[in-house]
Design a protein around this ligand. Structure first.
Ligand SMILES: NC(=O)c1ccc[n+]([C@@H]2O[C@H](COP(=O)([O-])OP(=O)(O)OC[C@H]3O[C@@H](n4cnc5c(N)ncnc54)[C@H](OP(=O)(O)O)[C@@H]3O)[C@@H](O)[C@H]2O)c1
Length: 345
């Protein structure tokens, strides 16, 4: 479900890799159903990967999530996986339906894993009771192996002391590039033109997406809090980042330039840099701007990369570091693809 930026790339990657998976690994992947917000199409023997878009567009069946779930259950395909590649809350509130029918779920959609803890626990319980996976590796760091690494550390008996992470490529780009010459509003616009921000950059600048990601990681460690419990510090006044529409936001943003530059220059004069850091330590999640000194792994993080540091009993002297591009259709779709293959394994 969902054939936008990530979903479309995911299908294209299956198309390219399908034969290789069959020949080398004896894995046969079939796409038995596709839906976007308007239409849906099914074929239990597999929809032709060269003409799926045409078939979907010309389908007579209107998109209907309940019917989609029903059809998926009726088809009763072995090793079935629901792939949710939307950012939709309605579908993530229905993951219990396939899981209860022993159909696995793989998704880059963060809503369920960072939503109501009771529902989150229900999904985890169903997944374990029915022996099918609920995988969301791409929720944090896109294609980077962040969630699975954390799960492996925990399963192998390590104790997580601290998680520190830069989880917004957009905000890393902003803090890397603002200077005496380049103001905040100019750099945000530049990031948007480069396609690094969400269509609505308020989503990135509010830090909410980062808060969701650290919550997802913290929950792996056993944290039972909700999104509202994440201590999220805004670096842009709420009146700006929460402005009523996007036009007012662009008008108001330059009003933050001067004071932010003053503070940034003071930090730079000390030889430090600002980074937008998410942290989980002592059962608390925090998100906000931090001063990072030379020598810290975050100090040299360039461009729009993500970085996650796991400090554990076993990785105490030096944290385990995961770094790389934390967004983008290709890497996210590849992470999703890897989750789907994991189901078969
Ligand atoms: N893009 C990235 O780099 C990235 C990285 C990590 C995670 N993610 C996550 O991946 C997910 C997908 O992102 P995206 O960038 O691919 O989004 P997108 O381009 O906006 O695509 C969303 C797709 O979902 C479909 N959709 C929306 N509501 C639906 C509904 N009720 N029923 C059926 N289909 C529905 C849309 O259908 P229409 O085409 O009909 O509108 C569209 O095909 C999001 O949860 C996002 O947070 C993205």
């Amino acid at each position: 479900v969902g054939v936008g930026t990530v979903g479309n790339t995911f299908i294209e990657q299956i198309k390219v890799q399908k034969q290789e998976l069959m020949d080398r690994f004896k894995i046969n992947i079939n796409l038995c159903g596709i839906s976007n917000s308007k239409k849906m199409v099914f074929n239990e023997n597999g929809i032709d990967l060269n003409s799926w878009r045409k078939k979907l567009d010309s389908s007579k069946e209107k998109a209907d999530l309940d019917k989609y779930m029903e059809r998926m259950i009726e088809l009763n395909v072995p090793n079935a996986v629901l792939v949710d590649s939307t950012a939709n809350a309605e579908i993530s509130a229905k993951y219990h339906i396939p899981l209860n029918e022993s159909i696995a779920v793989a998704t880059p959609n963060k809503i369920a894993a960072s939503g109501d803890i009771k529902y989150y626990n229900k999904l985890k319980e169903l997944s374990s009771k029915r022996g099918v996976k609920y995988l969301y590796e791409t929720n944090v760091g896109a294609g980077l192996p962040v969630v699975s690494t954390l799960q492996d550390l925990i399963k192998s008996g390590d104790t997580i002391i601290k998680i520190e992470a830069i989880l917004s490529g957009t905000l890393n780009y902003v803090f890397e590039n603002i200077s005496a010459k380049s103001t905040l509003s100019e750099i945000v616009k530049e990031a948007m033109d480069l396609g690094l921000t969400e269509p609505d950059p308020r989503i990135d600048l509010s830090g909410l997406d980062v808060a969701r990601k650290i919550l997802i990681l913290a929950r792996e460690v056993g944290y039972t809090g909700e999104l509202k419990d994440v201590d999220l510090k805004h670096f842009i006044p709420k009146s700006v980042v929460g402005s009523k529409d996007i036009e007012s936001f662009w008008k108001l943003l330059p009003s933050c330039n001067e004071s932010l530059e003053k503070e940034r220059a003071a930090v730079a004069a000390k030889g430090a840099k600002w980074r937008y850091v998410a942290c989980f330590e002592k059962n608390k999640c925090t998100v906000g701007v931090k001063e990072i000194v030379d020598g810290h792994p975050f100090y040299t993080l360039k461009g729009s990369d993500n970085m996650v540091l796991f400090t554990t009993e076993r990785y105490k002297k030096q944290p385990l570091v995961i770094q790389g591009p934390g967004a983008g259709a290709e890497v996210t779709a590849a992470g999703l693809f890897a989750d789907v293959i994991r189901m078969v394994n």
